[in-house]
Design a binder for this molecule. Structure first.
Ligand code: FAD
Length: 409
């Protein structure tokens, strides 16, 4: 086989709560001859789906390519807490990159989650979605006074938050001994159904999805881009978007992005045991724990991230990590049964400030990337869809400097 343009990774192991269900149907084509289009999108996960749908709505002809097939990369491993609240607290991000830029990223993240919810509803995509608040607990990254500082930083940036002491956290949610910031308006979904919904809408507008197609080389020029594929036929496009997830384009500037590992579990449905409001729970801790429910009342819990890039090492820890997550989940939420019926592991991204990289790839004319995702991956996929639509159609985007390859953080 010819070399690939992107790195190869074993992205996930085990059966996620979504993979246990039937895979949504998506019409794929075989690439048997050279094809042309306005924009070629490499990757048919949630990023490629959102980007392709947005570009097809803008009237562009779109071709989507995937080496595995749609929804077979990282997307089915996601716990899909679609939060505007970023993993890096606003007060800490402000110290690292300045208050103005930190506030802009946080606000843009809020807009991305709102837009994802509004668009998903407007397009009639059924993806077991829910709008949920959040309970952000103190931990070893932000203690009680750090949490108060974070609440002030968020209020100042215009976000609605509530800071509550342990007695109120206990009374309201049954969680003992922790301070919390309460947030509002996050979103959750079945990530496979969500991505399939967006892909199918793009296809209904005339986009074409070819798979399996291994993109081996990207020959970029001022007049357009040619993608060489392992099976021979080329894809010729005016512009190309690399939405290849944690399998990044080789030779691309990484801006400090690294690959780490994350583990997750899901319980059986238990709608009667759940905490009031079913708000998403997460911690200002490292490693952290995060918890959400599904519309059927299953509890999903993830975290315990470690700086492990090797898939064998990641998988060797599934049993131990499952036990740790189960124990921590049961201890935090005594009202639920934490016994897992699904356990899985996935590769995950990390970046110095927790921000993604979205925009024109340096020294590759007409090529764009959407990459460098961490815990807010799907929020950033939506941000990428909005920004790349603006850049590709020539309208621009007022926040693209915050995530471009040329930023200085
Ligand atoms: C365990 C876990 C929990 C997570 N939890 C959350 C969460 O709660 N909230 C959140 O927002 N995010 C979360 N994330 C992150 C989020 O899931 C990812 O950021 C997102 O799924 C990435 O989607 P993608 O489309 O960019 O990548 P992928 O889904 O991996 O799709 C990329 C596709 O590109 C294809 N590809 C790569 N190279 C080539 C090539 N050379 N030729 C052709 N095709 C190629 C691959 O086959 C793949 O299908 C989590 C991730 C993991 C692993």
């Amino acid at each position: 086989m010819r070399n690939s343009a992107t790195h190869h990774r074993d992205l996930r192991t085990g059966q996620s709560i979504w993979s246990a269900k039937r895979r949504p149907a998506i019409a794929i084509k075989r690439l048997t001859r050279t094809v042309r289009c306005d924009v070629a999108v490499v990757g048919a996960g949630i990023s490629g789906a959102l980007i392709a749908e947005g570009l097809s709505e803008a009237g562009l002809s779109v071709v989507i390519l995937d080496r595995r097939g749609p929804l077979l990369g990282s997307t089915p491993a996601s716990t899909a807490m679609l939060q505007y609240e970023l993993d890096t607290p606003l007060c800490q991000m402000a110290e690292r990159i300045g208050r103005d830029r930190a506030e802009r990223i946080w606000r843009r993240s809020r807009l991305a989650v709102d837009a994802l919810r509004e668009r998903t509803e407007r397009l009639g995509i059924r993806a077991d979605t829910a709008t949920r608040g959040s309970i952000y607990l103190d931990g070893n990254v932000l203690d009680a006074s750090g949490l108060a500082e974070e609440a002030d930083a968020r209020r100042r940036a215009g976000f609605e938050v509530e800071l509550i002491p342990p007695a109120v956290v206990k009374e309201r949610y049954g969680i003992g001994g922790r301070h919390a910031i309460i947030g509002f308006g996050n979103y959750s979904a079945d990530p496979r159904k969500l991505a399939a919904g967006y892909l199918n809408i793009a296809l209904a507008r005339g986009a074409r999805l070819y798979a399996p197609v291994e993109v081996c080389a990207v020959d970029a020029g001022d007049g357009g881009v040619t993608l060489e594929t392992a099976s021979g036929p080329q894809v010729r496009a005016d512009q190309v978007v690399m939405a290849s997830g944690y399998e990044m384009l080789k030779g691309i500037p990484r801006l400090g992005n690294t690959i780490i590992s994350s583990w997750s579990i899901a319980t059986a449905p238990q709608p009667r045991n759940l905490w009031p409001t079913e708000a998403m729970i997460w911690e200002a801790s490292d490693p952290y724990l995060y918890i959400r429910t599904t519309p059927r009342g299953e509890v999903i819990c993830g975290g315990e991230d470690e700086e492990i890039a090797d898939a064998d090492e990641r998988d060797a820890r599934i049993d131990a990590k499952t036990r740790t997550l189960t124990r921590k989940l049961g201890r935090l939420l005594p009202m639920i049964d934490p016994t897992p019926v699904h356990a899985w592991a996935g590769s995950f991204g990390n970046s110095p400030v927790g921000t993604p990289t979205i925009g024109r790839i340096p020294k590759m004319p007409n090529c764009y990337a959407a990459m460098g995702y961490g815990g807010n991956g799907i929020t950033f996929s939506m941000m990428a869809a909005q920004m790349l639509r603006g850049l590709i159609t020539g309208k621009g985007d007022p926040d693209s400097d915050l995530v471009s390859f040329h930023r200085d953080f």
